[in-house]
Design a protein around this ligand. Structure first.
Ligand SMILES: C[S@@+](CC[C@H](N)C(=O)[O-])C[C@H]1O[C@@H](n2cnc3c(N)ncnc32)[C@H](O)[C@@H]1O
Length: 531
């Protein structure tokens, strides 16, 4: 598209809003559930900067709530998944409208990179020069046009109404003109144009699959470094754009799948890999009694597997007095609760450490259903100091290190846009210190699990290699074997075949992937302190 066809920001081109009937699911939602028709909105005097409650009466409530969440994400660094549910409840947006608002909010945030690239073709100046609120309205319109089945006329007219109510009549005309430009090109054709405009293959994938280019490059490097084919990058990026299934953990010894009272009428399916995993089909986890009372929790299956792998490693030379386990970075407590449930079964005890007091309180809450006597202590402290303060004190230590979270992009739609390459330098220093401290804190013969929810090489292999280079008292364990021992067992004794690199690509650590395993991209390296 030539510059000539771009819309001058602040210009008045673009005619009145279009409107008509469509036959998609989202159009039916309008016909059935919308609070007021767009025609009525158009008939009203243009207003700007109203209170959200006032605006919600005049424009479509679902679009308004999506806009308000996007503004909070931008202005206050809010997390969309924490802001949206209470706003939906407060404004009594339910059912189909709530589903529309959720898809519109999360989809717009996730696919922002793709939509910004499209919008940049349609606006005559850098998007960074636009009023951020106008840019958010344009992104919402782009998602309806290119990512949802909303008919063009409805997507444009409703978004223009939203712009008029949220940012004023002048910007609404600009929004109308830009979205009409966007709608003139088919979604598939836009992807071809974005691909053609990118300087290389990875940049093209990054823009089309809406990832910052540096993240796409880091993930490509991670695929290669962890023994996978770099040609999988597209699948990996696409997996990041799909909302994950809600997986529960049934904490062993605390709850059973046959316990009807615990699960109420939740639709549960067994997980793929972990014996503790249950997939919740469509229900709200907060409504499940076992989740509310801490016998179960919401936890990615990869997180469950790495925790079970640590708990199941055979330990040599244990003194027979019952093992002591340590979770060095425990907040908010998902893995600590699974570890504690396993510790209860093995006659072990657990210390949970977390540097942030409010997160330490979340750990306490996560451990509420653990039987008395299992949790020695939940403490607030710097994990880097534990090794020196308590040398050779624990049989098993989990280091679930603070990391970029680039393996869990599916869960936080906005997180990929918040990270910067400079975060890596700070985090990798901390990761090294925490792992070194854990190795000091573990007893000879004991095991340390180094875990991240990032596959990035600088946070995984390089941290482990660097820490081990400085000491000769640690050996690497066969982590794939430990992970396989943790897999669910069928009644005939068989276990699922978990795909891990083999042959000359085989490794002694484990990297899980969303596009391969359906889990977050969890990394696990198991290390033993020599006896
Ligand atoms: C990846 S999260 C742990 C998640 C947790 N294992 C779970 O499953 O719920 C990392 C945690 O480490 C904490 N942390 C950061 N620096 C720390 C330090 N120096 N010592 C202890 N904890 C730290 C963070 O506050 C954060 O809660």
């Amino acid at each position: 598209m030539s510059n000539n066809s771009r819309v001058p920001s602040g210009g008045r081109n673009g005619g009145g809003s279009e409107r008509g009937r469509g036959d998609s699911g989202y159009e039916r939602r309008d016909a059935r559930g919308r609070q007021r028709s767009a025609a009525r909105v158009r008939g009203e005097r243009p207003v700007s900067r109203q209170a959200p409650g006032e605006r919600a009466k005049r424009t479509d409530a679902a679009r308004t709530v999506a806009f308000d969440v996007l503004r909070q994400v931008d202005e206050s660094d809010a997390y969309a998944n924490l802001v949206l549910p209470p706003l939906l409840a407060e404004r009594r947006i339910r059912g189909r409208d709530a589903g529309f608002a959720t898809e519109l909010t999360y989809g717009t945030l996730r696919m922002r990179g793709r939509y910004d690239a499209v919008l940049a073709h349609c606006v005559d100046r850098p998007l960074g020069d636009l009023d951020p609120a106008v840019l958010d309205v344009l992104r919402l319109g782009a998602h309806q046009l290119l990512g949802m089945r909303v008919p063009s006329h409805a997507a444009v007219s409703e978004t223009v109404a939203l712009a008029r109510a949220g940012v004023g009549a002048g910007p609404a005309q600009f929004v109308n003109a830009v979205l009409r430009r966007v709608s003139e090109v088919e979604p598939g054709e836009w992807l071809e144009r974005l691909t053609a405009a990118a300087p290389d293959e990875v940049s093209a994938l990054a823009v089309v699959e809406s990832h910052p280019a540096w993240i796409a490059r880091s993930l490509r490097e991670a695929l290669a470094g962890h023994g996978r084919d770099v040609a999988e990058l597209g699948d990996l990026l696409r997996a990041d754009n799909a909302a994950p299934r809600v997986t529960l953990v049934a904490r062993p010894g605390l709850v059973d799948t046959s316990d009807d009272d615990a699960w109420h009428d939740a639709d549960l399916l067994p997980g793929t890999w972990a014996p503790t995993a249950l997939v919740l089909d469509g229900n709200d986890p907060g409504a499940v009694p076992a989740v509310r009372d801490g016998r179960a929790g919401v936890q990615d299956e990869g997180s469950q597997l790495v925790t079970l792998a640590l708990a199941g490693v055979p330990i040599e030379d244990s003194d027979g007095e019952g093992e002591r386990w340590l979770d060095l970075c425990a907040g908010p407590g998902g893995k600590a609760a699974l570890l504690a449930a396993m510790a209860a079964q093995f006659g072990a005890t657990l210390v949970a450490n977390e540097i942030q007091p409010h997160r330490a309180r979340l750990v306490e809450r996560a451990l509420q259903a653990i039987p008395d006597g299992v949790v020695e202590e939940v403490r607030t402290g710097d994990g880097r100091e534990v090794g020196a303060a308590e040398p050779s004190s624990y049989d098993r230590v989990l280091v679930d290190a603070p990391c970029t979270g680039l393996g869990a992009l599916r869960r936080r739609p906005e997180s990929r846009w918040r990270r910067a390459p400079s975060d890596l330098a700070t985090l990798t220093g901390l990761q090294r210190e925490l792992l070194a401290s854990a190795l000091d804190a573990v007893k000879p013969g004991g095991v340390v699990a180094y875990v991240t929810c990032s596959p990035v090489l600088a946070e995984t292999q390089l941290v482990v290699t660097d820490v081990l280079r400085r000491r000769d008292d640690v050996e690497r364990l066969d982590t794939p074997a430990a992970l396989r021992r943790a897999l669910r067992t069928a009644p005939d004794g068989s276990r699922p075949e978990i795909p891990l690199p083999a042959g000359d690509k085989a490794r002694d650590d484990v990297q899980l992937w969303p596009h391969v395993h359906g889990t977050d991209a969890m990394h696990l390296t198991l290390l033993r302190k020599k006896s």
